[in-house]
Design a protein around this ligand. Structure first.
Ligand SMILES: [Zn+2]
Ligand SMILES: [Zn+2]
Length: 303
């Protein structure tokens, strides 16, 4: 483990680049063969989503500097929750505790993005994609990128996360996020097993269903256990899942990159369709489906 940590610390940029590009290429190519639907404009669609790599790039430099400075400071001052845990001497324990803590942090951040109107306006750019595929994992408005990193920075600061553990967690996060957006599903039996602990494409597809309460479920980043714990876990069959977001289904400009960049600064559009969906029957083919009733799907209003 120690040798691996040293390697990570010395080749962090190269490892990150290799994992991101490798995962994108792998999932993109598998989609060509077993994708749920054929998108004739797949390249054009990917081109729009990939544009966010460039708009987020300058921010990433600032983010890297902020994270490095924060972790240097917490390490120097032994500041943060983890420094007070007596069992944080073993590298494996350090990683597991860091991983679980930061994953919970991502869950909290994601709930905020859905519950607060102004934050939702940034997050809606990701949800407005009608053709979910590998490239959707890149579709993140720079504003959301900034907010997400501020949240992570806060968790890193209060916990005293060390660099290598954060990096390793981010590599796993990249793999999980790209895989969650692929345009194919795991077989139901595999999904039931893997989905007990991890977010699968099947579960994240439900999160991209166009209408609440499905949009407001399966917030998990890598682990699905938080959704099960906090009552936001839902399943929905592939045949019933429609990607997008109700308030932007008919928006003709939602495929235009510049429109998406300006979208968060426009007027908030109230979600109107959830009441119709509240009486949907539970999925008969899903053993882990939560029994839907109007009471259980009572939507939380955005503030
Ligand atoms: Zn979301
Ligand atoms: Zn997503």
């Amino acid at each position: 483990m120690h040798q691996f940590i040293l390697f990570l610390e010395h080749a962090s940029s190269e490892v990150q680049f290799f994992v991101i590009t490798g995962m994108l290429l792998l999932c993109w190519n598998v989609e060509q063969f077993i994708g749920l639907s054929i998108n004739p404009s797949k390249w054009k669609h990917a081109f729009v989503n990939a544009g966010f790599i460039f708009s987020n790039f300058p921010l990433q430099i600032l983010v890297s500097i902020s994270f490095a400075a924060t972790m240097q400071w917490t390490a120097h001052h032994h500041f943060g929750l983890f420094y007070h845990f007596p069992f944080m001497k073993n590298d494996w324990v350090v990683f597991m505790v860091t991983f679980i803590f930061l994953d919970l942090g991502e869950y909290v951040y994601h709930v905020f993005m859905h519950r607060v109107k102004r934050l939702w306006m940034f997050h809606i750019v990701h949800h407005s994609d009608l053709q979910l595929d590998t490239s959707t994992s890149l579709r993140e408005h720079p504003g959301e990128n900034f907010i997400r990193n501020c949240f992570t920075l806060l968790w890193v600061f209060v916990s005293g996360t060390v660099f290598w553990a954060l990096l390793l967690r981010q590599l796993i996060q990249i793999i999980s996020n790209v895989f969650a957006h692929v345009n194919y599903r795991l077989p139901e039996s595999v999904d039931r097993l893997v989905g007990l602990v991890f977010i699968t494409p099947n579960l994240h597809h439900v999160h991209h269903h166009y209408v609440r309460p499905y949009t407001d479920c399966n917030y998990g980043d890598v682990l699905s256990v938080w959704d099960r714990m906090f009552g936001t876990f839902r399943t929905l069959s592939s045949s019933k899942t429609v990607f997008g977001v109700d308030t932007y289904m008919d928006e003709p400009k939602k495929h235009i990159y510049w429109y998406l960049l300006k979208l968060p600064f426009g007027k908030y559009r109230k979600s109107t369709l959830y009441k119709e969906e509240a009486v949907h029957e539970p999925e008969a083919d899903s053993a882990s489906a939560i029994e839907f009733s109007p009471l259980q799907v009572e939507p939380v209003q955005r503030v």
